[in-house]
Design a protein around this ligand. Structure first.
Ligand code: NAD
Length: 482
């Protein structure tokens, strides 16, 4: 199902890295080799950028409706290949087939939503201060877009960037994560099958520093759209900033889920587990801080610990979470948990590798972590959450906002006043009331504040602002009278 060797896609051709080098990708479920991917470098990145540049002019000559039609074709092909795509994602990430199917569906939905924008693509028509003049706006493509993405939900990650970039008339170079090369490869194959012109989507596989950095630094890349960690995002922004390129960063989170003393505790437990541990905590919106009002702290802790003990780690649909993506990720997560314990935190659950050959980590709960300790401030991207006791809602808000990140936050309460106060005061891009820290929809802009991003929103019509420029046109309607 996954070819033994995953090449780059450049100008419609499968091309190995020019150096001939390959990287090994291992299966998170058992640590065994899965496939090899091209270990691309600067020359491969340059070839992909040149292919994109060569294809872009003709692509943007097509109407946006036509481009939208092609986006729809690709999305429908993906829907047709749902089982193949989901099985491939499950294989390369270690998540269950059920979870992978949900992600394939989300990628399809994104494509269908974006395709529809081809028949809207609204601008503005407005008044001018001078008589006999109309002012209107036109959306313009940017040119060549570099799309750099994380491994965590590989198909939606591709879909969120590649579809709107195509629709807006850009040609793209996609740099998938070295941990999820196969989903991107499949997406490229579907684009070819659907009839996307050669060079409109190119794919360069490999390591970030070797294959991604040259894209970020290329003078011929007009937009750098990046989803990944804040550490890498900072590098990307610095490098692309030197040539004043447009940069969209979608970064991490240290998301908080607040449980008030009037909350339905069964629901609070259910959503805490889902928020903290689903996809093995490898979600930018994962809840890693569970902030609980004093009056219900003991009871919630007891229930959470009991419920966490029931969760199984594995790749079956009935398992609550799968392994993390790599051996290195697991070691990093376990080291961070140990450091928190050494710093005085109490381990309530997990804190160890899951039994078995893969890269599983037991769902982990801690309490007594200082709010300024690394575990409270740094994103781990694993199934680890800390419990924090606060006296009241104001205390909860202080803790929620005492973070370098600001992506999502959730509150559990029966009070509409508390919910609305929280929605207004939480310094994040997405607030959820009485559910989990998630909330992305194809038609809703998604993104965060502070170190969670640079203020852009992906998905929704907001994505069009990332992938196009808005040009203002002044039209004199009666030259003789102006
Ligand atoms: P990462 O920063 O390690 O890598 C992201 C991508 O950047 C990969 O393709 C990687 O190869 C590439 N890269 C690495 N170094 C690079 C460099 N020097 N130059 C150019 N590219 C480079 O992140 P990750 O571990 O793949 O993903 C996890 C992070 O992504 C978490 O912080 C998570 O919160 C974040 N994330 C954010 C969102 C969002 O929408 N805000 C969504 C998913 C994941």
């Amino acid at each position: 199902m996954i070819p033994a060797e995953l090449s780059n896609l450049i100008a419609g051709e499968a091309r190995p890295a020019l150096s001939g080098a390959w990287l090994e990708k291992r299966r998170p479920a058992d640590g065994q080799p899965l496939c090899r991917l091209a270990r691309s470098g600067a020359a491969d990145a340059a070839a992909a950028v040149a292919a994109a540049r060569g294809a872009q002019e003709a692509w943007c000559e097509r109407t946006v409706v036509e481009r939208g039609d092609l986006v729809r074709e690709i999305a429908l092909l993906l829907r047709e290949r749902r089982e193949q795509a989901s099985a491939l994602v499950a294989e390369e990430t270690g998540k269950s087939l059920a979870l992978a199917r949900g992600e394939t569906d989300a990628a399809v939905e994104m494509g269908l939503f974006v395709a529809g924008e081809g028949r809207r693509y609204y601008g503005r028509t407005t008044t001018a201060s001078m008589p006999h003049r109309q002012v209107l706006t036109l959306r313009q493509p940017l040119g060549v877009a570099a799309l750099l993405i994380s491994f965590n939900t590989p198909l939606p990650n591709v879909a969120w960037k590649a579809f709107p970039s195509m629709l807006c008339g850009n040609a793209s170079v996609l740099k998938p994560s070295e941990h999820a090369p196969a989903s991107a490869w499949l997406f490229g194959e579907l684009c070819r099958e659907a009839g996307l012109p050669d060079g409109v989507l190119n794919i360069v596989q490999g390591l970030g520093a070797e294959a991604g950095a040259p894209l970020v630094e290329s003078a011929d890349v007009d937009l750098v759209s990046f989803t990944g960690s804040a550490a890498t995002g900072r590098l990307v922004q610095e490098r692309a900033g030197r040539r004043l390129a447009k940069v969209c960063l979608e970064l991490g989170g240290k998301n908080a889920l607040v449980v008030c003393d009037d909350a339905d505790l069964d629901e609070a437990v259910r959503w805490t587990l889902a928020s903290a541990f689903s996809n093995a905590g490898q979600r930018c919106a994962a809840a890693s801080r569970v902030v609980v009002l004093e009056a219900v702290y003991e009871e919630l802790r007891e229930r959470l610990v009991a419920a966490t003990a029931q969760l199984t780690v594995g790749t079956r649909d009935e398992d609550f979470l799968g392994p993390v993506i790599s051996h290195e990720a697991r070691e990093r997560i376990l080291r961070a948990v140990q450091a928190a314990v050494d710093g005085g935190a109490t381990l309530l659950a997990g804190g160890r590798a899951a039994p078995g050959a893969g890269y599983g980590v037991l769902p982990t709960l801690l309490e007594g972590v200082a709010p300024d300790a690394p575990l409270s401030c740094e994103e781990l991207f694993g199934p680890v959450a800390g419990l924090y006791r606060v006296p009241d809602l104001d205390g909860a808000l202080r803790l929620v906002n005492d973070s370098p990140y600001g992506l999502t936050a959730a509150i559990h309460t029966a009070s509409v006043h508390r919910a609305m106060r929280f929605a207004e005061k939480a310094q994040v891009g997405v607030v959820v009331v009485n559910a989990g820290t998630h909330g992305s929809e194809p038609h809703m802009g998604f993104g965060g504040v502070k170190q969670s991003g640079t203020g852009w929103r992906e998905a929704g019509v907001e994505a069009l602002d990332v992938y196009s420029d808005v040009k203002v046109v002044n039209l004199v309607t009666d030259p003789a009278r102006t």
